[in-house]
Design a protein around this ligand. Structure first.
Ligand code: PGA
Length: 313
């Protein structure tokens, strides 16, 4: 790397700060995570933007929106810091220490079971830190494109990116209603009947929504969407309060509580899909990432089956 180019990339600390701001979405959040003041963060980012000669992000409303140049720097910063993390991880492995950070970005629906995988892993490697980012499918695809994290979890992975994956576990999507809803007494509810009830749907960009839309399109059914809601939990509470019916991953109910809700026996349901752990082919995996993948493929699956049988809906 030429000296001129090095100067253009900024210092390692500046790259770390940039990634923290990208991860948190705010200067304040990054300041808190890094134990720095907000003016220090802003000054370091300004210095970085100055050497690069282009703005890294814009503030729109109260949101930080990264520019194309900013996203390019985030990508390179990730690669540079990854190499250092890998070095740190290998060195600590040599000292049998296993320390460092595992970075995961997962879709909202998987947040119900991911902690059950992390618990035993963190117990085994107490010095390993974990950074868990949660978003809907579209948001996690954006992160995947940046290659910031070690692993991504989807049930509808994007097909057009250069990734590798393991299929982890099934993810049935089931229909739910308030426990006093007339559908609950029916032995079987037809798709036609379901389509007439007010339906509570996840937002655009959600994998759950995508699965429901693909399924209903195949069946030639038009749902009567009454509300679009950006969260599984808010959908559950809306169904509990009688606002309508919905279709959600059974895991949001098994692990996330289901008081006042009932699963409906709807024709052709559940919609079947699977959970996948994904990573970019181009991403070099740290020793910690490798240890986590091994854990997921061996003990993780078994533990989850046990956990699920304890909580089943
Ligand atoms: P969602 O994702 O949380 O965006 O609905 C679930 C999925 O990818 O199927």
């Amino acid at each position: 790397m030429s000296l001129r180019l090095q100067a253009h990339m900024g210092t390692l600390r500046q790259l770390e700060i940039l990634l923290a701001v990208y991860d948190c979405g705010t200067v304040g959040g990054a300041a808190q995570n890094l134990h720095l003041t907000q003016p220090t963060i802003s000054m370091q980012l300004k210095k970085l933007a100055d050497v690069i000669g282009l703005p890294l992000y814009n503030v729109i409303g109260r949101k930080l929106v990264f520019t194309e140049a900013g996203l390019e720097v985030v990508k390179t910063a990730t690669e540079v810091l990854d190499s250092f993390a890998k070095l740190e991880s290998s060195l600590s492995d040599l000292g049998e220490l296993k320390s460092g950070t595992l970075r995961l970005a997962v879709v909202t629906t998987s947040k119900y079971f991911i902690p059950h995988l992390l618990g035993p892993f963190c117990e085994r490697y107490p010095n390993v830190g974990v950074q868990l980012n949660i978003g809907n499918r579209q948001q996690i695809i954006e992160r995947l494109k940046q290659g910031v994290d070690d692993f991504y979890v989807f049930s509808h992975p994007p097909a057009d990116l250069n990734t590798e994956s393991i299929e982890f576990f099934n993810n049935p999507l089931v229909a739910i209603a308030h426990e006093n809803h007339p559908f609950v007494k029916q032995k079987s509810v037809s798709l036609e009947e379901l389509s007439q009830a007010p339906f509570l749907m996840r937002e655009d960009g959600s994998g759950t929504r995508l699965a429901i839309e693909r399924f209903m399109e195949k069946k030639g059914v038009n749902l009567n969407i009454k509300m679009t809601i950006e969260s599984n939990e808010a959908i559950k509470h809306s169904v509990m309060s009688g606002l309508g019916v919905s279709i959600l991953s059974a895991h949001t109910l098994a692990f996330g509580g289901n008081m006042g809700l009932a699963q409906l026996q709807v024709e052709s349901l559940p919609i079947n899909s699977n959970w996948y752990f994904l990573w970019l082919k181009s991403k070099r995996q740290t020793a910690i990432a490798q240890a986590f993948l091994q854990h997921v493929e061996s003990d993780g699956r078994r533990m989850l089956v046990t956990e699920l049988s304890r909580h089943s809906f």
